[in-house]
Ligand binder design. Structure first.
Ligand code: SAM
Length: 219
């Protein structure tokens, strides 16, 4: 896959500074940070906030949603341990930045967004960028996307009240579902590994703050 990114040299220095900052965090995966260094985040943010594109913070995007903080994106992606050719399901397309990172790591990505306007806007952007390994879908992601299941990994980029069991069932045995779970203000990252047909193992990690996962198995 050869992405067509419009690089703007204005942001080169700021991008490098952010990457250096992320490299100082030992818990983050170097391979993931390297892929992030090749993605111009400024094209995924709301253009009103373009000068903040390389601050390590979440930023507003269309429809009252957010593009996640770069640290959070790197952290969650690292937990999935992506390999070339993995089929990954993302719930919460938002700006498309996370999906782009997964694709840059060699994954084939299915990403679901529930807000139609955002889905249209982001699918258009990803097509323009030639990111043909990303398939955008519109709907309630808490139900997953069974036509392409089982997945090598599932990532939920909105805060859930509990583990959405329909998602666990769409994972391959031995693979991971990564999602924030908590109340609507703060959540803890959960890494859920499917052990066999009926069982899963759950690891509870650090605190984060996401917009709510809305839907049948969400809020
Ligand atoms: N991954 C995104 C990015 O890289 O910009 C960040 C996503 S934002 C923090 C969370 C997104 O999840 C929002 O766009 C929101 O509309 C979406 N969302 C919430 N509940 C959803 C659901 N049940 N199915 C699909 N998308 C959902």
């Amino acid at each position: 896959m050869i992405a067509k990114f419009p690089y703007d040299n204005t942001f080169k220095f700021k991008r490098e500074q952010l990457i250096e900052k992320l490299l100082m965090r030992p818990e983050l995966d170097r391979k993931v940070i390297d892929a992030m260094s090749r993605i111009p985040r400024e094209i995924f943010v709301n253009q009103t906030f373009i000068n903040k594109a390389y601050e390590d913070s979440a930023l507003p995007i269309s429809c009252n949603q957010t593009i996640s903080q770069p640290y959070t994106v790197a952290y969650m992606t690292g937990l999935l341990n992506i390999r070339e050719g993995y089929r990954i399901l993302e719930i919460g397309t938002g700006s498309g930045y996370q999906a782009c990172l997964l694709a840059m790591l060699g994954a084939k990505v299915f990403t679901i967004e529930r807000i139609k306007e955002l889905y249209k806007e982001t699918s258009r952007l990803l097509t323009e960028l030639n990111l043909d390994h990303i398939h955008c879908l519109l709907g309630d992601g808490t139900k997953g996307y069974s036509p392409k299941a089982p997945y090598d990994g599932i990532i939920v980029t909105a805060g859930a009240p509990k583990v959405p069991m329909q998602l666990v069932k769409q994972l391959k045995i031995g693979r991971m579902l990564v999602l924030p779970i908590g109340d609507q203000k703060t959540q803890r990252m959960h890494k859920i590994k499917r052990i066999d047909e009926k069982n899963y193992e759950e690891e509870i990690l650090d605190n984060f703050k996401f917009v709510p996962l809305i839907g049948e198995d969400g809020w």
